[in-house]
Design a protein around this ligand. Structure first.
Ligand SMILES: Nc1nc2c(ncn2[C@@H]2O[C@H](COP(=O)(O)OP(=O)(O)OP(=O)(O)O)[C@@H](O)[C@H]2O)c(=O)[nH]1
Ligand SMILES: [Mg+2]
Length: 260
């Protein structure tokens, strides 16, 4: 899976008047590449933080996160790129900030936060290819320029390299679901993480009341008839991949609560 190199990223930011930093509003802290903010300000560029996928969280969560980032002095807008919510506000924020036309903005963020979808929303047309899970057909492989309005150009970019270490978001966004040697420990970690924040998530998503991640995976496998032929045991690896995919697709209710 191709991500953007540090060198290319710097070159793109150098070309941009404004950088749109996109994060997944379900988990803004873990999907926020803070080093971009430092890079952008050290290069004298302006930044707008775009909290995307707000259709997946309650309104008070979106408002709480927006307040949190604004209180840190960051220009922040929350949107749903696929539903078009917040598109006017984002457009207005861009128009207020651009020095003159033509203006070039780059859209950066970790894989699958919805960078290409935001370009499509602003353009009002499906122009930039998108995809539901990391590395699947339609993910962004190289930087590309799109005209979204008269004299306003946006550069779509591949996902940023994720931090080393094993934060849940880094684990699941770093590589395609199919390429995990063993998806089970990753899914177990993801399930525990989701349950910690939304205890009813798996009841709501799958009608499964179990609280133990391994038991949840077994239930999903049995229910879908995923059984290892040799041992007749539930195929929890397949279930693990399904849970990771469903998380990417927003099928599992999940959000981190904003600080008071
Ligand atoms: N529910 C919901 N899904 C969204 C939203 N924005 C994007 N998506 C979905 O999230 C997935 C990823 O969107 P992309 O636009 O491909 O994300 P990206 O950041 O360009 O991904 P890469 O190019 O792989 O880094 C797609 O399945 C989109 O339909 C949103 O506001 N709400
Ligand atoms: Mg993309």
């Amino acid at each position: 899976m191709e991500l953007i190199s540090y060198r290319k990223l710097r070159a793109i930011i150098a070309r941009s008047d404004i950088v749109l930093e996109v994060v997944d509003i379900r988990n803004p802290i873990e999907t926020r590449p803070t080093y971009i903010e430092n890079m952008v300000s050290s290069m004298g560029r302006d930044l707008i933080l775009v909290l995307n996928k707000c259709d997946l969280v309650p309104v008070w969560v979106s408002k709480g996160w927006a307040r949190y980032f604004r209180s840190q002095g960051i220009k922040t807008v929350f949107v749903s790129a696929t539903r078009g919510y917040g598109s006017k506000l984002l457009r207005r924020a861009i128009l207020e900030m651009i020095p003159s036309r033509p203006a070039v903005l780059s859209v950066v963020g970790y894989p699958k936060v919805g960078k290409s979808s935001i370009i499509n929303m602003l353009k009002g047309k499906e122009s930039a290819p998108t995809s539901p899970i990391p590395g699947s057909t339609g993910y962004t492989k190289r930087a590309q320029l799109y005209k979204v309005a008269n004299g306003i150009y946006l550069i779509d970019t591949p996902g940023l390299v994720l931090p080393r270490g094993d934060s849940v978001e880094a684990l699941i966004r770093r590589q395609p679901v199919e390429s995990f040697k063993d998806p089970v420990p990753v899914a177990v970690k993801l399930i525990s993480y989701i349950l910690k924040h939304v205890p009813t998530a798996f009841v709501e998503a799958y009608g499964i009341r179990e609280k133990d991640p391994a038991a949840i995976l077994e239930k999903i496998a049995l229910r879908r008839g995923w059984i290892y032929k040799s041992t007749k045991e539930p195929n929890i690896e397949e279930a693990a991949r399904a849970v990771i995919r469903d998380y990417h697709k927003g099928k599992i209710p999940f959000y981190v609560t904003p600080p008071e």
